[in-house]
Design a protein. Sequence first.
Length: 517
Amino acid sequence: MSIDRVQAGKSQDVMRGQRPRLNMYVDGNWIPAGDGSVHEIINPFNQEVLAMAPAGNREDAEKAIRAAREAFDTGPWPSLSGSERGRFLYRTAELIDRDHEQLAVLETLDTGKTLAESRSDMDDIADVFRYYAGMADKDGGELIDSPIKNSISRIVREPVGVCALITPWNYPLLQASWKLAPALAAGNTVILKPSEITPLTSLKIAELVEEAGIPKGVVNIVTGLGSVVGQTLAESCNVDLISFTGGGVTGRKIMRAASINFKKIALELGGKNPNVIFADADFDTAVDYALNAVYFHAGQVCSAGARLIVEESLHDQFVASLVERVKNIRLGSGMDDETEMGPLISAEHREKVETFVKIGLKEGAKLLTGGKRPEQEELSRGFFFEPTVFDECSPDMRIVQEETFGPILTVETFRTEEEAIRLANDSVYGLAGAVWTQNMNRAERVSRSLRLGTVWINDYHPYFPQAPWGGYKQSGIGRELGKTGLEEYTEQKHIFQNINPQPMNWFGKNRERVEET
Ligand code: NAD
């Protein structure tokens, strides 16, 4: 085992509570930030320091870009066959399965989400690697019917080049896997910049990628601030594509910076997602799923069903039943099997959520439960916030329109199908949402009328590698997952071959010879 591998093994030390000084992974080496700076990585459950991660600077980001450029321009990776690249990805998936529990624990320590949620994330992550491993050798190009005689016309897909992958803190490794796996399957080289708040599993995946034998320089992980490392990646003329998941404010900055060399751009942004309940819905299931929709990971989910839109005749019964269950939600450590909801990610984020509660009250929404920090002493060190329900909401309220990214549910009512559709679509976002009814004609009509990238009928939240994920309107540009998720990382090339070339004599023709004939 090389010295580098020993240094990489520090994710084990996080598990042992040793607060290690972690390194980042650039050009196949495990290195600290060039100037030695570090960030403390905090456990949001108790504010304990889990580890020190390198606070990379511009030079560190540029070093990683050079490594990825070199690996793309001269390395073997882009010219390997799809099957060969697929084998590396299958191997990575096996290693994710092997280290499943360690990865899940790291994710829970870093984000505060329950271990059950982290374990489910790790299953999905391994599946994403397997899905794109299988896709890597499926596209043999396409022959097209050329309108020109004696010719062969082919369309092939090729990697885009150096890809910068920037991820948020709510699903650190899941979001990274949606980018890493297709980017690598297509033959690109990458620089992954995880959120500065939650880099642990992204650094761990670098260990697995290295162990899987992916050549040096193909995958680089640089930790550090978005305004420094992320901005450098977005601005660089040596980066060909940027794929970003995060908030709209950052998305705009990235779009502006990316215009410098017109790099390809994919943006997965926020959502304020409607969950529409008709009176004929299966009552108990719809109540149960309304809770899942909004309170997974304490509402810090881009697709959270934060806007409950319920038929007026069902409202009182539905909301009473829902609130009764909300009051029973058990807050606690993500590591405790009994916990149903963990803390918010940071003190700063909790303050933002609290501000939204004040805004909701001022706007006249009726607070039915929650709206404050829990009082239990054992939760006092964590960034906890009670699951909250606001009733009597209307679309003109900021609490209904803006992404709170916390455990806050707003309730609106409707009388007709048209009104339900109008309320659901009344948003600048268009990521995902659900409709609950036993009338399948109505389910079809409503799902086709919703301006959303994903619509669930009588369900909430399922996503899988085979189906595309992304948003309409201000929820983003492009799609991840599915076939499209791979195509995003490719350029299309048209190769035209004349199989019987003859002079055309359009220019500078020899007139004597032309006249003689
Ligand atoms: P964020 O925009 O604050 O940060 C996301 C990433 O961007 C981080 O790695 C950050 O360091 C980096 N960054 C910050 N400034 C940058 C800059 N100037 N240039 C380049 N990179 C920069 O988002 P967040 O708070 O980490 O995540 C929450 C947001 O992510 C929510 O809005 C949520 O809806 C969204 N999200 C969307 C999806 C989706 O699939 N659509 C999935 C998860 C999260």
